[in-house]
Design a protein around this ligand. Structure first.
Ligand code: NAD
Length: 421
């Protein structure tokens, strides 16, 4: 019997055998990709659980389809369904152009306080990549999703607000800076609770998935009380809440100061031998070099919003681009989670049945994992990998591969399903 996914009192998601899962079909190429992907999800679940489990899909409206049918880009009904059913999945949505309409994605994130933007990046054999060793990339990015300059507190050049802010900074806070009359200003936000909940989720993920390290990526050398505080709070969470599982570079620094470098190195070595997760940090610009030079040294990444934006896309490009990069926005406390393709609506290709559904497919895989339906998730990943390895692919990969066979979106899904059944 169909039922809702709920959050148990123990903080563990309760998933019935026939959960109702809301989905947004998406705009542009969304419907083509969804129609193909949903067949793959259903086939994997039916096969892995002998028909004893089944997803009951519930369509909710957002984007152009919602606007055409209801006159509203994001109907209240959609928000309340996601609020009620906890876990959902969405295709790409057009960002409406025009005053007063927020990005629909941002509205969903804000409404449900989805504070983690989760972006795993892993290479699948055969996927065309611009780097020499894409197989060395296996990272999971935890990007803070609610703060930083994305809080939306900014003032345009020439307005009374920006002049008032400049005056306040100069006169009340004694900031010695000559603001020209053509200055716009934005405010960067980093709260202790906002940063800590993100880093906590990253460390919990590392523990659950037996990852060797969590790297805090930041610009604390320049922005000490936001990015620098993020790093500081990260080490605090690791040491105070997960001391039995982690060893931080903060600890290493302190041991070095009190007992010397050799003792600190020895301490870190012992922690590694004991299987502890190393919690380290790196400045963001250096990190963007290191993912190209030495990607295998990084596993789970915790970072603030803006850095996370750049890092997720750079990593996605290394393993095959946005056609295959999945994502999710999650609140691990309430259980709310929306899984989504990371690409946009590519409107020129709408209804052509040509685009790559892998990003939505792998978002669905993340969703199945989140629900604890690991067998179905694994079945999709191995069938998808085998299909790409056979060089039977959609046009984006076809153009970059030698001797490949070109498939439509729907045919690509057929091949994957054949390999599952
Ligand atoms: P886009 O991702 O839609 O398209 C850029 C290009 O990437 C396309 O022309 C296409 O060549 C390629 N591409 C995208 N998805 C692909 C797929 N599945 N398979 C193969 N190739 C693919 O980016 P855009 O053109 O900047 O944005 C179009 C619209 O999408 C805008 O309205 C934008 O606001 C919106 N958008 C939505 C989301 C979202 O809902 N999560 C994300 C990004 C952009």
């Amino acid at each position: 019997m169909s039922a809702k996914i709920t959050m148990g009192e123990n903080g563990v998601l309760q998933v019935p055998s026939e959960p109702v899962i809301p989905f947004i079909i998406g705009d542009g190429i969304g419907p083509d990709l969804w129609r193909a992907s949903v067949r793959v999800f259903d086939a994997a679940v039916a096969k892995c659980y002998d028909g004893k489990r089944k997803i009951i899909w519930k369509e909710v409206l957002a984007g152009e389809k919602a606007f055409n049918e209801t006159g509203n880009w994001l109907p209240e009904e959609t928000l309340s369904v996601f609020r009620e059913y906890l876990v959902g999945i969405k295709g790409p949505l057009t960002t409406p152009i025009g005053g007063g309409i927020r990005s629909l994605n941002v509205a969903l994130r804000k409404e449900l306080d989805l504070y983690v933007c989760l972006r795993p990046t892993k290479w699948y054999e055969g996927v065309p990549s611009p780097v020499k060793r894409p197989e060395q990339v296996d990272m999971v990015v935890f990007r803070e999703n609610t703060e930083d300059i994305y809080a939306g507190i900014e003032f345009a050049e020439g307005t009374p607000e920006v002049r008032a802010l400049a005056r306040f900074l100069n006169e009340d806070l004694h900031v010695d800076y000559d603001f020209s009359s053509s200055t716009g200003m934005g405010i960067k936000i980093a709260s202790e609770e906002g940063c800590k909940r993100l880093i906590r989720s990253a460390i919990e993920h590392a523990i659950q998935h037996q990852r060797p390290s969590v790297t805090i990526v930041h610009k604390g050398n320049i922005m000490k009380f936001t990015e620098g505080a993020f790093k500081q709070w990260g080490f605090e969470v690791a040491e105070q809440e997960f001391g039995d599982y982690t060893y931080t570079w903060g600890q290493w620094e302190r041991t070095k100061e009190s007992k010397g470098q050799e003792a600190a190195n020895q301490e870190q070595k012992e922690a590694e031998q004991a299987g502890k997760i190393i919690v380290k940090d790196i400045i963001a610009d250096n990190f963007l070099q290191q993912i190209l030079l030495d990607p295998k040294s990084y596993s789970v990444i915790a970072t603030m919003n803006l850095n996370g934006d750049y890092i997720s896309d750079a990593l996605a490009a290394m393993v095959g681009g946005i056609g295959i990069a999945p994502g999710a926005n999650i609140n691990y406390k309430t259980g709310h989670a929306i899984f989504e393709a990371t690409h946009g609506t590519a409107p020129r290709f709408a209804n052509t049945d040509t685009m790559n559904p892998s990003s939505i497919l792998l978002s669905g895989v993340m969703m199945l994992e989140y629900m604890g339906w690991q067998e179905a998730a694994d079945a999709i990943v191995s069938a998808l990998s085998a299909t790409i390895k056979d060089k039977t692919v959609t046009v984006d990969f076809y153009n970059l591969m030698e001797d490949a066979t070109l498939l439509k979106t729907s045919e690509f899904a057929d091949r994957i399903i054949e390999k599952i059944l």
